[in-house]
Design a protein. Sequence first.
Length: 335
Amino acid sequence: MAHAKKPLAGESAVTMEDLAKIAGVSTITVSRALRDSPLVTDSTREKIRKIAQEQGYRFNISARNLRMRRSYSVAVVVEMTPVKGRPMSDPYPLELLGGITQELTTAGYSVVLTSKQLLDTAPVQGADGLILLGQGSHGEAVKALQQTTLPLVVWGAPEEGATYTVVGSDNRKGGASVAERFLEQGRRKLIFVGDVDHAEVQERCAGFIDALSGRATVHILRPKAFTFEAGFDCVTSLLKKKSGHSIDGLFAASDLLAMGAIRALTEAGLRVPADISVIGYDDTPGAASFVPPLTSVHQYLRDGGVLLAKKMLAMIEGQPAQSEMLPTTLIVRHT
């Protein structure tokens, strides 16, 4: 392959786009190769570096300096897949995004909002760091983002052996507060509704069961979505198999699941809370206006967004950023 000649004095400097054309690859691949990204094969990396050297391409004296340069942008990756029953306009993730944007823009950074399917795009690759909202089932979203070499902060729950910084609510204490409420009410035949493959939901369930200390029985339902319809369907299915009178308390991992569960219970002729007490999680605006008003665990999502951004800014500056959990509060209403 014939390479373009090295530019003479006075000629335009070789750009990354020029190297991409010569190597027959994308500009993003050139960028990755020159900053030692693991997403580029060794052979491609060496090929691009050789061409860069032949063309006299330099990046602010050295590759290390390139890595130290900043775009003053942070990519925020939303793990959740928007569906009809759970739109992106819900408080999660909007309240988190509000806190993140407030803190980053005040510090002079722009925010790039994206999904984990678009990590190869130039705005994401050029960002100074990544904030991930949601770890995904079995931590799949985290694993995808860890393939990059960018600083990473995650909204979620701490996991044993994790090498990334996590900001989240104290889901164990949130679950425990629900258990204490049910015990105070004399509820002993309980249902937990939530997909425990998600780290946050698993923590809510674990805190709930641990706080019961064997003083109640718990049956776990695992819907694969966090929607009203998913809550309605799984509880309806359970009631067809099991007498509703054998259940006197239900804890749902989200308010939408709890609302769907209440609809299923009432359609089956059961009274909430007279027959069955129901508690949700998130304390969304709809919880207070629901009929009957829903008891729910409140998360301080906006504060969480601010904290995520502060951790990211510290990491960009090369400072340590420890994982941190925010408190939760059980908001007691009518259910």
